[in-house]
Design a protein around this ligand. Sequence first.
Ligand code: SPV
Ligand code: MG
Length: 544
Amino acid sequence: MPTQPRPSKTRQFKDLLSSKEVEFLCEAHNGLSARIVEEAGFKGIWASGLTIAAQFGVRDNNEASWTQILDHVEFMSDATHVPILLDGDTGYGNFNNMQRLIRKLEQRHVAAVCIEDKLFPKTNSFLKGETQPLADVDEFCGKIKAGKDAQIDDDFCIIARVEAFICGWGLTEAVRRADAYHQAGADGILIHSALAVPDEILAFQREWADRGPVVIVPTKYYSTPTDVFRQYGFSLVIWANHLLRAAVTTMQNTAKTLHAQEHLLSIEDKIAPVGEIFRLQDAAELQEAEQRYLPQGHDRAAVIVLAASRGDELGELTEDRPKTMVKSQGQPILAHIVETYRAVGINNITVVRGYKKEAVSLPHLTYVDNDNFSETGELDSLYKALTSQKGNVQETIISYGDVLFNQYIPQTLLQDPHDWVMFVDSLWEGKTTYTRLGGFVECTAPNSRKAFNAKIYLKQIGRDVPRESIHGVWMGFLKVSPKAAEQLQTMLQDMLADPTHKKAGMSQLFKALLSRNVSVRVLYTVGHWLDINSLEDLVQAGQF
Ligand code: SPV
Ligand code: MG
């Protein structure tokens, strides 16, 4: 069922204010905390002047300018769907400043503002309360009227905050002011008190007799049961600063621990994982949008590089490292391979290590270890890599840790829509080392000009293909679609259950595919790759 569109934020706030039930707003001081408040289930947010000032590291005395507050509350508004009541202090000036503030808040979808009847620059109500001067009632009423005249959206709300109790003026003055503000057009009255008991606000409420909605901030009279607020018919209760205070305690403890211990062990489990931060930032939405709007690289393609064996052919060079880590042109063969894959946008690269695995340690790769490399073969390594894959893989290229190649090879493999695609070099004659792969192949047609457009498939593969039937040599690249990858995993599981396949290599896999009548698409090329099989190849690799 399609979900109902939400009412506007201003409408949501007005409904909260006029609701027969007591409703709750929770403080937030930035986009992240605003999102946390919304996720916790609050139907509205108090953008507190105190905590926004505090998170800036300044005092609650209008030290941050009104435009800085505006920019800040814009982040909070963008991050959430529930209405925000901004603590607008005294309105940051006179009636004129108030009008501009209202227009700017409406533009940012802030639902409501609360202004207090003190003088600019204000001081927090819990500091030197009784010595603070109150605003002139008429001047303050003019500000409320100006604000109401400035709003474009009828549902935008202005809450007038009465500071008479805070400044020591008593109940009569509190009610006189509340009534004047109500007459001037305020949508609700916030009655504030710094006592540890609710006596002042309850006395006000009795006297006020429901002339309009009343909002309270029980920071100091926090032990009062919420049912008392219900009985007295308050409209909104604001938990005004508790998220910032909670964060401060945790930050202080964490910083102290880190400083004392100089390691992360004792805090890691107590704090939100980085993944939770990404979730709160909605990183997933961006990833999804990238799929839609960015030219598609091969973000969801993966590569498995089989590199578990030593590569004895290079003699001493592989005494302390496998062949894939032998250097050519100043960097390991594997680094050249990884560079080529990355150049075509493939970053999900898994390397199967075995022989001298500690020496295979290039950064930002996924490693799978085949510790039993000397007793097993390529298919065992491949199975280990496939079963370790995480997430939604689109296409997987299987290749070797000692074969260099041109970008054209992976690019072409990924563009081909077939489930199983292999590359075959048709210029094979005289290149005896290619036999190492055991990969002489016969295809449904030889390479030719016509072959470029024709769909050609694998017919047979192995050392035993009769010479006259050979069309080329398998170069060590196989692409499998997600569907084929699943099939491959099941096939490997079956094959490896049979001890005679313990040391099986890729050509046995192709044979098994052929015996199951699976079509393996062949792409022909001439050159564009180099299988490093001897010292001579290594020298050639330098020029590749
Ligand atoms: C705020 O949260 O900034 C308030 C409430 O105005 S109080 O700090 O109690 O004044
Ligand atoms: Mg405030």
